[in-house]
Design a protein around this ligand. Structure first.
Ligand code: IPE
Ligand code: IPE
Ligand code: MG
Length: 264
C-alpha cells in the first residue's frame, strides 16, 4: 500500500516522500546550516546576502519537517565561536536578521502547530534579541506539534561546562556532593537539550565534514549526513532526501543486529 502524502507538500517533496517508510522517520533531526558565505561569494555578492537567502531555506525546511511529522528539529544558527567573525558588521547583521526572523515567522509557526525553544548561552546575546526570543517562545508555547529548537550562541563545550556547574550547584544546595552520583541521565538532564534529547540524524550542508562544536554529547550515535548543497539552496525536498539516506542506514549502537551464525 502506498503511503498517504501529507498535505501541503509540493510535487518534488511528494515524490521523495513516496519513497520513504513513514513508520521509520527520524524523531529528531538537527542541522548545521552552513555555506551562506560561499553561496553569496559564488554570486559576487556580500556574505550577508547569503544569510538573508538562508531564511527561505529555514522556512521551507521547518514547514516540510512539521508537515511530514518530524517530532523535533534543531537548527544551528549561531555558534559560540561565531562572535569571532570580522568585520563585526556580519555579526550585527545576523542579530538583526534573527530578530526579524522571529517576528515574521511566529504566524507560520503557529499555523503549523510548532513550539519554539532555544539552546545556547542566551544571556550573552544582545538584550533586544533576548526579548524577541522570549516573546516568540511565549507566542508559540501552546502548540503541541513539532518542537523547533534554535541553537543561538550555542557551543557543545560551553553547554557541558554549564551542565557540570548546574550539577554541582544543585548538589551544594541539597546537602553537598558527598552522595552525588554522576550518571549519564543526570548529565542529560542538565544539558540545554533536556527538552528534546538526542538527534537521530545530523545534517551538515556545504560539504564540510565536521561537527563544529554542535551537540557533541547528544550526537554520540546520530547518523551523520553531509550534503554539498549550500544552505541557501536547501529546501524541504533536500530534507526528505536526507531522511531517505537515513532509512538506508543500519543503526547498531555498538551491538549487532543479528549475531553471526556459529557464534554464541
Ligand atoms: C552559515 O554560513 C551561517 C552561520 C554560521 C551563521 P557561513 O556564514 O558559515 O558560510 P560559509 O561557511 O562561510 O560559506
Ligand atoms: C557552524 O558553521 C556554525 C553554524 C552553522 C551556526 P561555521 O561556518 O561557523 O563552522 P566552521 O568555522 O566552518 O567550523
Ligand atoms: Mg561556515
Amino acid at each position: 500500500m502506498r503511503a498517504t502524502i501529507p498535505e501541503g507538500l509540493d510535487r518534488k517533496e511528494a515524490e521523495v516522500y513516496a519513497r520513504l517508510d513513514p513508520k521509520r522517520l527520524p524523531k529528531h533531526i538537527a542541522i548545521i546550516m552552513d555555506g551562506n558565505g560561499r553561496w553569496a561569494k559564488s554570486r559576487h555578492m556580500p556574505r550577508i546576502t547569503g544569510h538573508r537567502a538562508g531564511v527561505k531555506a529555514v522556512r521551507s525546511t521547518v514547514e516540510t519537517a512539521a508537515r511530514v511529522g518530524i517530532e523535533a528539529l534543531t537548527l544551528y544558527a549561531f555558534s559560540a565561536e561565531n562572535w569571532k567573525r570580522r568585520p563585526k558588521g556580519e555579526v550585527d547583521f545576523l542579530m538583526r536578521l534573527l530578530r526579524k526572523y522571529l517576528k515574521d515567522e511566529v504566524p507560520t509557526l503557529n499555523r503549523n502547530n510548532i513550539r519554539l525553544k532555544y539552546i545556547g548561552r542566551r544571556h550573552e546575546l544582545p538584550l533586544e534579541v533576548q526579548e524577541r526570543m522570549a516573546w516568540a517562545a511565549e507566542e508559540t508555547s501552546e502548540n503541541d506539534g513539532m518542537v523547533l529548537t534554535l541553537a543561538l550562541n550555542y557551543g557543545a563545550r560551553t553547554e557541558m561546562v554549564d551542565a557540570f556547574k548546574s550539577i554541582l550547584e544543585n548538589a551544594m544546595s541539597n546537602g553537598g556532593v558527598e552522595h552525588l552520583e554522576i550518571t549519564e541521565e543526570l548529565i542529560d538532564k542538565n544539558l540545554y537539550t533536556r527538552h528534546v534529547g538526542d538527534p537521530d540524524l545530523v545534517i551538515r550542508t556545504s560539504g564540510e565534514m565536521r561537527l563544529s562544536n554542535f551537540l557533541l554529547w547528544q550526537s554520540a550515535y546520530a547518523e551523520i549526513y553531509v550534503t554539498p548543497t549550500l544552505w541557501p539552496d536547501f529546501r524541504g525536498r533536500h530534507l526528505l532526501e536526507s531522511v531517505f539516506e537515513y532509512q538506508k542506514r543500519e543503526r547498531r549502537y555498538g551491538g549487532l543486529i543479528e549475531p553471526p551464525s556459529g557464534l554464541h
